[in-house]
Design a binder for this molecule. Sequence first.
Ligand code: TMP
Length: 211
Amino acid sequence: MGSHLERYPGVLVSFEGLERVGKSTQIGFLAEWLKARNVETVVFREPGHTDLGEVLRRTLLHDVEIKSPRAELLLFAAARAELVATRVVPDLQRGVVVILDRFIDSSVAYQGYGSGVALDVVDAINDIATNGIRPDITFWLEGESFVRASMPDQIELRDDAYFSRVREGYRDMAAREPSRWQVIEANQAPLVVQHTIREIMQPWIRRLQGG
Ligand code: TMP
């Protein structure tokens, strides 16, 4: 089970999908449920959680119009590198569940499929940013955004064709690596979605608890 277990005792779980499909709601439910079972859990949202990550989040989403998709890729990657080095790796080494609201696959979907950066370039940059760390499980909440953003950021202002390509990217990644990807229909009642997520998490929890 998992790609990094030889190196770290923790479990790395990522959530992917379009904006406002319910990722943070599901992550909140999952984290609460894990904590109630005495499974130490941390949640990070990308980009963010480090001083550099917060600055880059504002830069990328609000402050600056970035014209080069490669520049955008590198800035997301810089935020990722800082988060992985300072938070994710130490927590995985401590044996906790690390839940990431977006990770490497967002760069493949948005900067790769969406903006047209060659996929081998995105993969190479992701590897540099993470030192090769990959999620054990990736939940893709598949579906359209439920609500329109009231104050869209720079990425949300992109056109429908862009988000169709992003979705196609997720579909391709999920098909290529079915052992890691869990595709969940986002357009269901939140508790139904959560039930599926918990079922998938069960064997991982048993392993963490030495069962
Ligand atoms: P969100 O976390 O509020 O969804 O905002 C993050 C936005 O940044 C979202 O539109 C997806 C985008 N994004 C990328 O384009 N590439 C990335 O690597 C990451 C982590 C996010």
